[in-house]
Design a protein around this ligand. Structure first.
Ligand SMILES: Cc1cc2nc3c(=O)[nH]c(=O)nc-3n(C[C@H](O)[C@H](O)[C@H](O)COP(=O)(O)O)c2cc1C
Length: 408
């Protein structure tokens, strides 16, 4: 099979045929604390399970004997045509899964002709990513700091780089409770703990190819967009209050950022119809309907359940993106059928990058692309405009009627 890739991993040879294979390979390669930071949810991880169950409960209406010899998976998002309806989601610390992880994943996104969203909490600065992944379509994700001037400076830098799409993350009202990360000793900036040190020493490949490589070149990795004082333990305290994520963040701030940002403004983390309408009223061009991959409020509703009503409310007036839990191309098709204009993928490309940098992230994106196409073929749809709500059956007796599901 063309998309299968064979990588040598210490002690095993495995064919990486799907996102789950990459996840298992990433688990072997990364220190446990690092892997858990990426992979797990918060508190009791109820939402993580709910996301999977909800996506699995959505069924695709199969349609046979259609001419599906040519399938076009491309979509247009904010005026730019892209090969598949996927955007690489902003993920803090992507630079730790592989040396220069953010640059590597941005290059994979470019090779796949899709956007890559740089995170505020990235290990590599946006300018360097733009330089070393030249030609990649970069978006920027903004966390608003307590110190608004530091926040506005990030906006200025993004604007000067020619970034056109800004994702304002709105769903991190508090630092999520990741008890397992407290236990396994992982944190950013990396600080020495006995548990963390034992964990790292028992993953020598990661230690030498990622951590030591940073230490010997650019120093201990930390958040590249934070002020330089944040990088050393001694001076960190002096800027800590300034770079804490703003606790008092309201729709007035969205309107304020709207005034300061000429490009497209997208509010990330919307889960209700009323908040989608408030985002529209604040002047946003888009929203990401997102339950943050199960990493914030553990008792939140899942994206796929709320997406249709939000699309019905604002979908013809703004761009509605969606994310959380995408591990198969069919998950992408389900979100698209529910009305998303495109989806964001977080962990999947991180697993890929953890296994083989750019090559691994690209491997994952190719697998998703192939699976999207396969799923569309079985559903008898040859382009994304035809991936409509009638394609799926969500809940018993719901919208996906037999008549709706007939092919165009
Ligand atoms: C390791 C990791 C770090 C993340 N960091 C951020 C972040 O800094 N800002 C943000 O808006 N979302 C962040 N997210 C959430 C993603 O943007 C996205 O909403 C989520 O990962 C989608 O779910 P998925 O991982 O199941 O695809 C992070 C996700 C992961 C896995």
């Amino acid at each position: 099979m063309a998309i299968a890739q064979r990588f040598s991993l210490p002690g095993c040879q495995m064919s990486l045929l799907n996102v789950h294979d990459y996840r298992m390979a990433a688990k072997k390669r990364l220190p446990r604390g690092m892997f858990e930071y990426i992979d797990r949810g918060t508190e009791d991880e109820v939402l993580l399970r709910d996301i999977r169950h909800a996506l699995d409960a959505v069924k695709v209406n199969q349609s046979v004997l259609n001419d599906v010899s040519a399938i076009d998976t491309s979509v247009t998002v904010f005026g730019r045509r892209q090969a598949i309806p996927v955007i690489v989601a902003p993920t803090a610390v992507a630079g730790l899964v592989w040396h220069d992880g953010e640059v590597q994943v941005a290059r994979a996104a470019k090779a796949m002709d899709i956007p890559f969203c740089v995170a505020t909490q990235s290990m590599t600065a946006m300018e360097e990513i733009a330089d070393r992944a030249a030609g990649a379509d970069l978006w920027f994700q903004l966390y608003v700091f307590e110190d608004r001037d530091l926040t506005y400076d990030l906006l200025r830098r993004a604007r000067e780089l020619g970034i056109k799409n800004l994702l304002l993350t709105a769903d991190t009202a508090r630092s999520p409770k990741k008890e397992w990360n407290t236990r396994n000793g992982f944190g950013i900036p990396i600080t020495p703990t006995v548990t963390g040190a034992v964990d790292i020493l028992s993953h020598p490949r990661w230690l030498t190819s990622v951590l030591l490589r940073y230490v010997l070149t650019t120093g201990v990795p930390t958040y590249a967009h934070y002020p330089p004082e944040y990088r050393t333990k001694i001076t960190r305290a002096s800027v800590w209050d300034n770079v804490k994520l703003a606790r008092r963040l309201t729709w007035d701030d969205v309107a304020d950022i709207r005034r300061r940002w000429e490009g497209n403004l997208v509010v990330k983390g919307v889960l209700t119809k009323s908040d989608s309408e408030r985002a529209l009223a604040a002047g946003a061009e888009g929203i990401v309907v997102s339950c943050h991959g199960g990493r914030n409020l553990d008792s939140a509703r899942v994206t796929i359940d709320v997406l249709p009503e939000i699309v019905d409310a604002v979908g013809n007036r703004m761009t509605v993106l969606a994310d959380s839990g995408i591990r198969r191309g069919s998950d992408v098709v389900k979100y698209m059928a529910a009305g998303a204009s495109a989806v964001l993928v977080g962990r999947a490309t991180l697993y890929g990058a953890a296994v083989a940098g750019e090559r691994g992230a690209l491997g994952v994106l190719r697998i998703l692309s192939q699976e999207i196409e396969n799923c569309m073929a079985w559903a008898g749809r040859t382009n994304m405009d035809d991936v409509t709500r009638g394609l799926v059956r969500v809940w018993p007796n719901d919208r996906g009627s037999e008549a709706d599901s007939a092919c165009p």
